[in-house]
Design a protein around this ligand. Structure first.
Ligand code: G6P
Ligand code: MG
Length: 213
């Protein structure tokens, strides 16, 4: 039994580790612009949408960019990212992810996906788990990225569940903030020192236990 009626999952860093592919693609892009890029900086980009991430990277550049130049850079990064994810398969599912989705299904709750990635549908297909979700938010329809609650509120609305009856699952600080501003219970995946706003933090979905929240 669960006191929730729906669970809304983030994708990158929760169900699959695409963070490394984003890292490789952003690093190449940043260095092409003379901007130093490392894993610590990449942490700041988790959960942040494509143009928001680009703005954070270009803030360290010595020059300024026109909107057209920015779009071209974002497209180049995305093309590289798409090449990197083309070889993904079910082997790229994080440990415990399928088990968690199946446990939520068995408990009779609705299941949503709230990723700001415009590549989310492709990634779900490659992982072979598209049909495990009742509703997947199309990131192209979202005006404000995380930490704004818009994407989680849209998922709840489309699932027909009140935000207070939703459990949100996130690995990013911005994502946990979005869940909390949506008025949902936040399950963080990562470290309690980092995800300080989360209601409960676990290390990975291997520890997911719906009855405990
Ligand atoms: C996720 C990732 C971010 C990424 C964003 C946009 O939230 O955590 O690192 O920038 O999606 O992804 P996209 O595939 O649309 O460029
Ligand atoms: Mg994430």
């Amino acid at each position: 039994m669960s006191r929730f009626k729906a669970v809304i999952f983030d994708l990158d860093g929760v169900i699959t580790d695409t963070a490394h592919y984003h890292y490789l693609a952003w690093k190449q892009l940043a260095e092409s612009q003379g901007v130093h890029f490392d894993h610590a900086f990449n942490e700041n980009l988790k959960g942040i949408d494509r143009m928001g991430s680009l703005d954070l990277i270009l803030a360290s550049s010595s020059r300024s960019y026109t909107p057209e130049e920015k779009l071209a850079l974002a497209d180049a990064k995305n093309l590289h990212y798409q090449q990197l994810i083309a070889t993904m398969s079910s082997k790229d599912l994080l440990p415990g992810a399928v088990e968690a989705l199946d446990a939520v299904r068995r408990a009779g709750l609705r299941i949503g996906l709230a990723s700001v990635s415009k590549n989310a549908f492709t990634v779900l297909e490659r992982l072979g788990i598209t049909d495990k979700f009742d509703y997947v938010v199309d990131a192209a329809t979202i005006a404000r990225g995380k930490p704004d609650p818009e994407i989680f509120l849209k998922a709840a609305r489309e699932l027909g569940v009140a935000p207070a009856d939703c459990l949100g699952v996130e690995d990013a600080v911005a994502g946990v903030a979005a869940i909390k501003s949506a008025g949902m219970f936040a399950l963080g995946i990562g470290h309690p020192f980092v995800l300080t706003e989360a209601d409960v933090v676990i290390t990975s979905l291997k520890e997911f236990n719906l009855a405990a929240y």
